[in-house]
Design a protein around this ligand. Structure first.
Ligand SMILES: NC(=O)c1ccc[n+]([C@@H]2O[C@H](COP(=O)([O-])OP(=O)(O)OC[C@H]3O[C@@H](n4cnc5c(N)ncnc54)[C@H](O)[C@@H]3O)[C@@H](O)[C@H]2O)c1
Length: 260
Protein backbone atom coordinates (compact mmCIF):
# COMPACT_ATOMS: atom_id res chain seq x y z
CA UNK A 1 0.00 0.00 0.00
CA UNK A 2 1.41 3.40 -1.02
CA UNK A 3 -1.36 5.70 0.21
CA UNK A 4 -0.57 7.80 3.23
CA UNK A 5 -3.10 9.03 5.77
CA UNK A 6 -1.11 12.15 6.64
CA UNK A 7 -3.61 14.93 7.44
CA UNK A 8 -6.53 12.48 7.67
CA UNK A 9 -8.74 11.84 10.69
CA UNK A 10 -9.71 8.23 11.37
CA UNK A 11 -12.15 6.90 13.96
CA UNK A 12 -12.15 3.24 15.07
CA UNK A 13 -14.77 1.69 17.38
CA UNK A 14 -13.84 -1.25 19.57
CA UNK A 15 -10.23 -0.02 19.36
CA UNK A 16 -9.48 -1.35 22.84
CA UNK A 17 -8.34 -4.79 21.58
CA UNK A 18 -7.85 -7.12 18.63
CA UNK A 19 -8.57 -5.95 15.09
CA UNK A 20 -9.79 -2.52 16.24
CA UNK A 21 -6.60 -1.78 18.17
CA UNK A 22 -4.41 -3.04 15.28
CA UNK A 23 -6.37 -0.82 12.87
CA UNK A 24 -6.11 2.28 15.06
CA UNK A 25 -2.34 1.75 15.37
CA UNK A 26 -1.99 1.15 11.60
CA UNK A 27 -3.77 4.47 10.89
CA UNK A 28 -1.40 6.19 13.32
CA UNK A 29 1.62 4.58 11.64
CA UNK A 30 0.40 6.06 8.33
CA UNK A 31 0.18 9.53 9.87
CA UNK A 32 -3.56 9.84 10.60
CA UNK A 33 -4.94 11.46 13.73
CA UNK A 34 -6.90 8.67 15.39
CA UNK A 35 -10.03 8.66 17.54
CA UNK A 36 -9.94 5.51 19.66
CA UNK A 37 -13.49 4.59 20.71
CA UNK A 38 -14.45 1.81 23.09
CA UNK A 39 -15.94 0.94 26.44
CA UNK A 40 -12.80 0.03 28.39
CA UNK A 41 -10.83 3.06 29.57
CA UNK A 42 -7.48 1.45 30.50
CA UNK A 43 -7.32 -0.50 27.22
CA UNK A 44 -8.34 2.63 25.27
CA UNK A 45 -5.54 4.67 26.83
CA UNK A 46 -3.11 1.83 26.05
CA UNK A 47 -4.06 2.03 22.35
CA UNK A 48 -3.60 5.82 22.47
CA UNK A 49 -0.15 5.42 24.07
CA UNK A 50 0.92 3.00 21.33
CA UNK A 51 -0.19 5.45 18.62
CA UNK A 52 1.47 8.42 20.32
CA UNK A 53 4.70 6.40 20.58
CA UNK A 54 4.66 6.33 16.75
CA UNK A 55 4.51 10.14 16.70
CA UNK A 56 0.83 10.41 15.71
CA UNK A 57 -2.05 12.09 17.54
CA UNK A 58 -4.76 10.01 19.21
CA UNK A 59 -7.67 10.57 21.55
CA UNK A 60 -9.70 8.03 23.52
CA UNK A 61 -13.48 8.56 23.70
CA UNK A 62 -15.31 6.21 26.03
CA UNK A 63 -18.15 4.87 23.91
CA UNK A 64 -20.74 2.14 24.11
CA UNK A 65 -21.85 1.85 20.47
CA UNK A 66 -25.31 0.62 21.48
CA UNK A 67 -26.05 3.99 23.16
CA UNK A 68 -26.97 6.81 20.82
CA UNK A 69 -25.80 9.57 23.21
CA UNK A 70 -22.35 7.93 23.44
CA UNK A 71 -22.13 7.59 19.66
CA UNK A 72 -23.12 11.21 19.05
CA UNK A 73 -20.54 12.29 21.62
CA UNK A 74 -17.91 10.12 19.88
CA UNK A 75 -18.36 11.84 16.51
CA UNK A 76 -18.74 15.29 18.11
CA UNK A 77 -15.48 14.78 20.02
CA UNK A 78 -13.68 13.66 16.86
CA UNK A 79 -14.74 16.83 15.05
CA UNK A 80 -14.09 19.15 18.01
CA UNK A 81 -10.62 17.63 18.46
CA UNK A 82 -9.44 17.21 14.87
CA UNK A 83 -11.88 19.33 12.82
CA UNK A 84 -13.35 16.63 10.54
CA UNK A 85 -13.91 12.90 10.02
CA UNK A 86 -12.35 11.27 6.95
CA UNK A 87 -12.44 7.54 7.77
CA UNK A 88 -14.81 5.75 10.14
CA UNK A 89 -14.29 2.10 11.03
CA UNK A 90 -17.28 0.51 12.74
CA UNK A 91 -15.58 -2.52 14.25
CA UNK A 92 -17.02 -2.95 17.78
CA UNK A 93 -18.93 -6.17 18.22
CA UNK A 94 -19.64 -9.06 20.54
CA UNK A 95 -19.60 -12.72 19.59
CA UNK A 96 -21.79 -15.03 21.64
CA UNK A 97 -21.80 -13.54 25.19
CA UNK A 98 -24.42 -15.97 26.46
CA UNK A 99 -22.62 -18.94 24.95
CA UNK A 100 -22.71 -21.11 21.85
CA UNK A 101 -26.30 -22.37 21.68
CA UNK A 102 -28.77 -23.49 19.04
CA UNK A 103 -31.23 -20.92 17.69
CA UNK A 104 -34.22 -22.14 19.74
CA UNK A 105 -32.28 -21.98 23.00
CA UNK A 106 -31.73 -18.20 23.06
CA UNK A 107 -33.99 -15.92 25.10
CA UNK A 108 -35.22 -12.62 23.70
CA UNK A 109 -32.84 -10.75 26.02
CA UNK A 110 -29.90 -12.82 24.78
CA UNK A 111 -30.86 -12.07 21.17
CA UNK A 112 -30.96 -8.32 21.81
CA UNK A 113 -27.66 -8.50 23.71
CA UNK A 114 -26.00 -9.26 20.36
CA UNK A 115 -28.14 -7.33 17.90
CA UNK A 116 -28.09 -4.14 20.01
CA UNK A 117 -24.32 -3.88 19.64
CA UNK A 118 -23.59 -5.61 16.34
CA UNK A 119 -26.52 -4.34 14.28
CA UNK A 120 -28.07 -1.29 15.97
CA UNK A 121 -24.59 -0.14 17.07
CA UNK A 122 -23.32 -0.07 13.49
CA UNK A 123 -26.42 1.81 12.36
CA UNK A 124 -26.08 4.37 15.18
CA UNK A 125 -22.42 4.92 14.26
CA UNK A 126 -23.17 5.27 10.55
CA UNK A 127 -26.01 7.69 11.30
CA UNK A 128 -23.75 10.07 13.22
CA UNK A 129 -20.79 9.64 10.87
CA UNK A 130 -22.87 10.22 7.73
CA UNK A 131 -24.47 13.37 9.21
CA UNK A 132 -20.96 14.75 9.77
CA UNK A 133 -19.57 13.63 6.40
CA UNK A 134 -22.49 15.18 4.50
CA UNK A 135 -21.43 18.57 5.90
CA UNK A 136 -17.81 18.22 4.78
CA UNK A 137 -16.40 19.56 1.51
CA UNK A 138 -15.27 16.95 -1.05
CA UNK A 139 -11.54 16.34 -0.65
CA UNK A 140 -8.61 14.83 -2.59
CA UNK A 141 -8.35 13.77 -6.27
CA UNK A 142 -11.40 11.51 -5.91
CA UNK A 143 -13.45 14.36 -4.37
CA UNK A 144 -14.71 12.30 -1.45
CA UNK A 145 -16.50 13.58 1.64
CA UNK A 146 -15.61 10.50 3.68
CA UNK A 147 -15.21 6.74 3.79
CA UNK A 148 -16.87 4.23 6.11
CA UNK A 149 -15.74 0.63 6.56
CA UNK A 150 -17.92 -1.66 8.64
CA UNK A 151 -16.32 -4.79 10.05
CA UNK A 152 -18.57 -7.70 9.18
CA UNK A 153 -17.39 -11.29 9.03
CA UNK A 154 -17.36 -14.32 6.79
CA UNK A 155 -20.60 -14.79 8.75
CA UNK A 156 -21.97 -11.78 6.80
CA UNK A 157 -22.07 -14.06 3.75
CA UNK A 158 -22.67 -17.56 5.11
CA UNK A 159 -23.56 -19.25 8.38
CA UNK A 160 -21.10 -18.64 11.20
CA UNK A 161 -21.05 -19.45 14.90
CA UNK A 162 -24.55 -18.93 16.40
CA UNK A 163 -27.71 -17.54 14.81
CA UNK A 164 -27.70 -14.16 16.64
CA UNK A 165 -24.10 -13.43 15.56
CA UNK A 166 -24.65 -14.61 11.97
CA UNK A 167 -27.89 -12.60 11.64
CA UNK A 168 -26.23 -9.48 13.05
CA UNK A 169 -23.26 -9.80 10.69
CA UNK A 170 -25.58 -10.30 7.68
CA UNK A 171 -27.26 -7.07 8.84
CA UNK A 172 -23.91 -5.27 8.81
CA UNK A 173 -23.53 -6.15 5.13
CA UNK A 174 -27.12 -5.07 4.43
CA UNK A 175 -26.50 -1.72 6.12
CA UNK A 176 -23.28 -1.33 4.15
CA UNK A 177 -24.86 -2.01 0.76
CA UNK A 178 -27.87 0.14 1.53
CA UNK A 179 -25.72 3.10 2.58
CA UNK A 180 -23.39 2.66 -0.43
CA UNK A 181 -26.43 3.07 -2.72
CA UNK A 182 -27.86 6.00 -0.78
CA UNK A 183 -24.67 8.03 -0.29
CA UNK A 184 -22.59 7.32 -3.41
CA UNK A 185 -23.86 10.53 -5.06
CA UNK A 186 -22.82 12.39 -1.92
CA UNK A 187 -19.24 11.20 -2.54
CA UNK A 188 -19.19 8.94 0.51
CA UNK A 189 -17.89 5.38 0.10
CA UNK A 190 -19.15 2.58 2.34
CA UNK A 191 -17.68 -0.94 2.38
CA UNK A 192 -17.63 -4.01 4.61
CA UNK A 193 -14.51 -5.87 5.61
CA UNK A 194 -15.29 -9.55 6.23
CA UNK A 195 -12.57 -11.32 8.21
CA UNK A 196 -12.22 -15.07 8.59
CA UNK A 197 -10.73 -16.60 11.73
CA UNK A 198 -8.40 -14.15 13.43
CA UNK A 199 -6.53 -14.65 16.68
CA UNK A 200 -8.21 -12.21 19.09
CA UNK A 201 -10.14 -12.29 22.37
CA UNK A 202 -13.34 -13.08 20.43
CA UNK A 203 -12.10 -16.47 19.23
CA UNK A 204 -10.08 -17.77 22.13
CA UNK A 205 -9.73 -21.58 22.18
CA UNK A 206 -10.95 -23.07 25.44
CA UNK A 207 -12.38 -19.69 26.56
CA UNK A 208 -14.88 -18.32 24.02
CA UNK A 209 -14.95 -21.35 21.72
CA UNK A 210 -14.23 -25.02 22.37
CA UNK A 211 -10.66 -25.90 21.39
CA UNK A 212 -11.90 -28.45 18.81
CA UNK A 213 -14.05 -25.80 17.15
CA UNK A 214 -11.08 -23.40 16.90
CA UNK A 215 -8.95 -26.19 15.43
CA UNK A 216 -11.69 -26.92 12.89
CA UNK A 217 -11.85 -23.22 11.88
CA UNK A 218 -8.11 -23.04 11.39
CA UNK A 219 -8.00 -26.34 9.50
CA UNK A 220 -10.61 -24.90 7.09
CA UNK A 221 -8.34 -21.96 6.27
CA UNK A 222 -6.53 -22.79 3.04
CA UNK A 223 -3.41 -21.14 4.48
CA UNK A 224 -3.67 -23.48 7.48
CA UNK A 225 -3.16 -20.86 10.17
CA UNK A 226 -4.88 -18.12 12.18
CA UNK A 227 -5.24 -14.69 10.65
CA UNK A 228 -3.45 -11.87 12.47
CA UNK A 229 -5.16 -8.60 13.47
CA UNK A 230 -2.51 -6.66 11.48
CA UNK A 231 -3.49 -8.53 8.31
CA UNK A 232 -7.08 -7.34 8.70
CA UNK A 233 -5.94 -3.82 9.62
CA UNK A 234 -3.94 -3.59 6.37
CA UNK A 235 -7.05 -4.44 4.35
CA UNK A 236 -9.16 -1.93 6.30
CA UNK A 237 -6.64 0.81 5.52
CA UNK A 238 -6.73 -0.20 1.86
CA UNK A 239 -10.54 0.13 1.88
CA UNK A 240 -10.18 3.73 3.12
CA UNK A 241 -7.21 4.70 0.97
CA UNK A 242 -6.65 6.47 -2.33
CA UNK A 243 -5.91 2.99 -3.75
CA UNK A 244 -9.58 2.00 -3.57
CA UNK A 245 -11.45 5.16 -4.64
CA UNK A 246 -13.85 3.30 -6.99
CA UNK A 247 -14.77 0.67 -4.39
CA UNK A 248 -18.10 1.06 -2.61
CA UNK A 249 -20.82 -1.34 -1.48
CA UNK A 250 -18.21 -4.09 -1.49
CA UNK A 251 -17.71 -7.02 0.90
CA UNK A 252 -13.95 -7.43 1.08
CA UNK A 253 -13.30 -10.97 2.35
CA UNK A 254 -9.96 -11.54 4.07
CA UNK A 255 -10.14 -15.10 5.34
CA UNK A 256 -7.10 -17.14 4.36
CA UNK A 257 -9.27 -18.97 1.83
CA UNK A 258 -11.84 -20.16 4.41
CA UNK A 259 -14.80 -19.39 2.15
CA UNK A 260 -13.11 -20.59 -1.05
N1 LIG B 1 -11.62 -12.68 15.48
C1 LIG B 1 -12.26 -13.24 14.48
O1 LIG B 1 -12.03 -14.41 14.13
C2 LIG B 1 -13.31 -12.46 13.71
C3 LIG B 1 -13.88 -13.06 12.58
C4 LIG B 1 -14.80 -12.36 11.85
C5 LIG B 1 -15.17 -11.08 12.23
N2 LIG B 1 -14.60 -10.52 13.33
C6 LIG B 1 -15.03 -9.17 13.68
O2 LIG B 1 -13.91 -8.35 13.90
C7 LIG B 1 -14.29 -7.27 14.77
C8 LIG B 1 -13.27 -7.12 15.89
O3 LIG B 1 -13.31 -8.26 16.73
P1 LIG B 1 -11.98 -8.91 17.33
O4 LIG B 1 -11.82 -10.22 16.69
O5 LIG B 1 -10.88 -7.92 17.28
O6 LIG B 1 -12.43 -9.22 18.83
P2 LIG B 1 -12.29 -8.34 20.15
O7 LIG B 1 -13.22 -8.95 21.13
O8 LIG B 1 -10.86 -8.21 20.51
O9 LIG B 1 -12.80 -6.91 19.68
C9 LIG B 1 -14.12 -6.45 19.79
C10 LIG B 1 -14.07 -5.11 20.47
O10 LIG B 1 -15.36 -4.51 20.50
C11 LIG B 1 -15.55 -3.96 21.78
N3 LIG B 1 -16.98 -3.82 22.09
C12 LIG B 1 -17.88 -4.80 22.32
N4 LIG B 1 -19.08 -4.25 22.58
C13 LIG B 1 -18.92 -2.91 22.51
C14 LIG B 1 -19.79 -1.81 22.70
N5 LIG B 1 -21.08 -1.98 23.02
N6 LIG B 1 -19.30 -0.57 22.52
C15 LIG B 1 -18.01 -0.37 22.22
N7 LIG B 1 -17.13 -1.37 22.05
C16 LIG B 1 -17.58 -2.63 22.19
C17 LIG B 1 -14.86 -4.94 22.72
O11 LIG B 1 -14.60 -4.39 23.98
C18 LIG B 1 -13.60 -5.25 21.93
O12 LIG B 1 -12.60 -4.29 22.20
C19 LIG B 1 -15.70 -7.59 15.26
O13 LIG B 1 -16.64 -6.87 14.49
C20 LIG B 1 -15.82 -9.08 14.98
O14 LIG B 1 -17.16 -9.49 14.82
C21 LIG B 1 -13.68 -11.18 14.09
Amino acid sequence: MTGSFEGKVALVTGATSGIGRATAIAFGRQGASVVVAGRREAEGFETVAQIEALGAAAKFVQTDVSRSADVENMVRTAVLTYGKLDCAINNASVGWPSGLKRLHEYSEAEWYEVSDINEKGVWLCMRSELKQMLHQEPDGDAGLRGVITNVGSVASLRAGPTAPYTASKHAVLGLTRSAALEYGRDAIRVNALCPGVVQTDMVNPGVTVPTEMAEMFVAANRLGRWGKPDEIADAILYSCSDESTFMTGHALVIDGGLSA
